[in-house]
Design a protein around this ligand. Structure first.
Ligand code: GDP
Ligand code: ZN
Length: 352
């Protein structure tokens, strides 16, 4: 076992940090209680979490005379974890600050594993995950499918957005059309746009219609045009938020703070470097099976309970592939992801 033992000094330090943290949390809670007791707080009202910085959150007032304003808030400990996109009940406090007293029920929750493999909430109430692909860099089935598997696991609907339509040529068109048709056939909506054409005129009609009145996130391989699309949707956005430059999409320092933006067209966008890389983490075979929507109904139908779908007799998934119920490309990509993940797993085990 390679796990290092902590020496006494390190242990002492960790304990000290922990105690400090607890003290700080207790002080914060006491300060909140004092304000509550002194009834210095205004009436309860609804708000929207715009961003999250450690203990503090930016909350946009959704009603009352502060409506549209963003206030720095603390949350009472009993509220539970909060993420960008959460709708909350809060009470105004002194100096344009506020106290969050409750969280409203979430419609959806985007989660991703942390470095220890524990699922951590990243953003709430996202209506759809927009997976961006482009003629260049050339799309890879297994990469697209990894994003889709992650979306399926999260239970947030995914849409495929083909960007850079200006780069479609007679040479690359047939393969692209075939690819898009394959996803449409299994129920993923496909939308096309060109962020470049948008330029100063704003986003294309198709893109506007896609994001209008909804909360969206954009995911996909680097270089497909996510930043450009976001720029087209947020022409006036000059903010550099949490180190995330909208023009480059690259963090000036490593942060995963998700931030919510209102789009001029109506609708919201939640973005962070972490969200853009959504889906690129380790997945278990079961998650991969469930994440292929045409394979999911076949789970448990193989002859052997521990079937790995690699040529075992009575494999329901291979049978479906042979019958054409699963496309050749999706079948190949399913196997590829299973193998990649298994390799990643064995590498992970041998190196620790
Ligand atoms: P990201 O890594 O997904 O955020 O991609 P970027 O937005 O940084 O775009 C990568 C490159 O593609 C940049 O050079 C963009 O100018 C270019 N690009 C983005 N959208 C389009 C488009 O619709 N058409 C063309 N031709 N290029 C685009
Ligand atoms: Zn099988």
């Amino acid at each position: 076992m390679a796990k290092r033992r902590l020496n006494k000094q390190q242990q002492f330090r960790i304990e000290k940090i922990q105690t400090e943290r607890e003290k700080r949390a207790a002080r914060k809670e006491r300060a909140i209680d004092e304000q509550l007791e002194a009834s210095e707080l205004g009436v309860e009202q609804t708000g929207l979490v715009i961003a999250h910085y450690g203990q503090q959150l930016d909350v946009e007032a959704l009603e009352g005379d502060r409506r549209g304003r963003v206030l720095r808030c603390y949350a009472r400990a009993n509220v539970g974890n909060l993420v960008t996109g959460d709708r909350v009940i809060w009470r105004p406090a002194a100096d344009d600050t506020g106290i969050i007293v409750a969280r409203q029920e979430r419609q959806t929750l985007l989660q991703r594993p942390d470095n220890f493999g524990q699922l951590k909430p990243v953003a709430a109430n996202i209506d759809h995950i927009i997976l961006v692909i482009a003629p260049e860099p050339e799309p890879h089935d297994s990469l697209i499918d990894r994003y889709l598997v992650a979306a399926e696991i999260t239970e947030i609907p995914a849409v495929i957005l083909l960007n850079k339509t200006d780069l479609i040529t007679p040479e690359n068109a047939p393969a692209l059309e075939k690819l898009l048709a394959r996803y449409e056939a299994i129920g993923y909506p496909v939308v096309r746009t060109s962020a470049l054409d948008a330029g100063s005129t704003g986003a294309s009609d198709e893109l506007e219609a896609l994001v209008k009145g909804r909360t969206s996130v954009f995911v996909g391989q680097s270089g497909v045009g996510k930043s450009s699309i976001i720029q087209a949707l947020l022409p006036d956005e000059t903010l550099r938020v949490g180190g995330l430059s909208l023009s480059t999409g690259k963090g000036t320092h490593t942060t995963t703070t998700a931030r919510l933006f209102h789009l001029v067209t109506g609708g919201d966008l939640i973005d962070s470097p972490g969200i853009r890389e959504f889906g690129l983490w380790h997945m278990t075979p079961r998650e991969i099976e469930e994440g292929f929507r045409e394979i999911r109904p076949l789970i448990g139908h193989c002859r052997f309970r521990n079937c790995r779908h690699q040529g075992e007799p009575g494999c329901a998934i291979e049978q479906a592939g042979a019958d054409g119920r699963i496309s050749e490309e999706r079948m190949r990509s399913f196997r590829r992801i299973l193998v990649d993940m298994a390799e990643q797993n064995s590498r992970g085990l041998s190196s620790s």
